[in-house]
Design a protein around this ligand. Structure first.
Ligand code: UT7
Length: 328
């Protein structure tokens, strides 16, 4: 079996910061409510004129620089996003052009907040099969353009950004020991963008007036409980599959939807919060991009050290959930 490794990571966060105090100025909410219910203090917002592929481009360039890999050596780009530049062509196609990855095939994956783990799973198996050699696995979102800024129970959660890694079959780098992905289509209507697809097209004044093009969360507190269970299940699956114990895990890098969800997961797993990497306070929920951004930061700030066992886990719309265990 080929050993597939992460040989570089990168991320990009737009400079503009939107704090809870800024939101207080146009919405009936407070820093106190947002922080105590979610753990979020601020989020980044992409400037007008930037598209998701622009954020992803910088994240990918940083990952390629760390890996020492040139654009012409990339033969696969898998982009996880629910906010592509356009639905056709795929966001990954725009990114491929911007990166000048002339030898790459590129496509998008839609798996909401679990998108990065889905993209990693697909890329790992394509490389294992011999179909591809070196991939950019990237996730990027401009959530600020698809949330309804009048809907206080939802808009306060989201932010913009991108994260990426270069993976290849190599004896060097961090070994990807496993990836596991799951879906539950029957319960997918709790987190959805109702408009813009074949169900509601053509897009009309009426559908826009009704806000159908915005991301909607139905019974968010119900998906809160499901999220805690699915996060924990995904971690347990990775640990079981690799024949290790939770005590052997040096760091969990979870999707950051809500600090209380992460705390619930840690409690369920009897896992210390000190070994859980957090970015939620400063970035909020960046859907698929949250995990690779946190991973890149943990690599670059020295939290992740050579030899560490690092567990990625996510849950999101679809419903989708999954995990990946990596030996750094
Ligand atoms: O990425 C993975 C997918 N993400 C999720 O699954 C999200 C999971 N859900 C959550 O993170 C939480 O459910 C929320 C943060 C969305 C909401 O927290 P909650 O503790 O479940 O609050 P709630 O929905 O039960 O609302 C409590 C109260 C309500 O008022 P009443 O009915 O008790 O009078 C809301 O109207 O808080 C009110 N409320 C707000 N108040 C101030 C809702 N949003 C706000 C707000 N500011 N922004």
């Amino acid at each position: 079996m080929k050993r597939i490794s992460i040989v570089g990571t990168g991320s990009y966060l737009p400079e503009k910061i939107l704090s809870n105090y800024d939101i207080e100025k146009f919405l009936d909410t407070s820093d106190e409510w947002i922080y105590t219910r979610t753990g979020i203090k601020q989020r980044r917002i992409a400037e007008n004129g930037l598209a998701t592929s622009d954020l992803c481009k910088v994240a990918c360039e940083r990952a390629m620089e760390m890996a020492g890999v040139k654009a012409e050596n990339i033969d696969l780009i898998v982009l996880a996003t629910i906010t592509p530049d356009t639905h056709c062509p795929a966001g990954a196609n725009w990114l491929e052009a911007k990166l000048k990855c002339k030898n790459a095939v590129s496509f998008d994956i839609t798996a909401a907040c679990t998108g990065f783990i889905f993209a990693l799973h697909v890329a790992v198996h394509l490389i294992k099969s011999g179909a591809n050699k070196t991939a950019l696995v990237v996730a990027g979102e401009i959530m600020s353009r698809v949330v309804n800024w009048k809907e206080r129970e939802s808009c306060i959660l989201w932010g913009d950004g991108a994260g990426a890694c270069v993976i290849t079959d190599s004896k060097d780098g961090a070994e990807i020991l496993s990836t596991h992905i799951h879906t539950d289509g029957e319960n997918g209507d709790t987190l959805l963008m109702p408009g813009g697809g074949s169900k509601t097209t053509p897009i009309s004044h009426e559908s826009v007036d009704r806000g159908l093009h915005y991301l909607k969360m139905i019974e968010a507190n119900k998906s809160f409980k499901v999220a805690v269970n699915r996060f924990a299940e995904a971690c347990e699956e990775a640990v079981r599959f690799n024949n290790v114990k939770m005590e052997d895990i040096d760091l969990i890098v979870p999707h950051q939807a809500n600090l209380r969800i992460i705390q619930g997961m840690a409690k369920k797993l009897n896992f210390p919060m000190e070994k859980v990497y957090l970015t939620i306070e400063k970035y909020g929920n960046i859907s698929s991009a949250t995990v690779p951004i946190a991973l890149d930061e943990a690599v670059r700030d020295g939290t992740i050290k050579k030899g560490n066992l690092v567990l990625l886990t996510a849950f999101g719309g679809g419903l989708t959930w999954g995990s990946s265990l990596i030996r750094w």
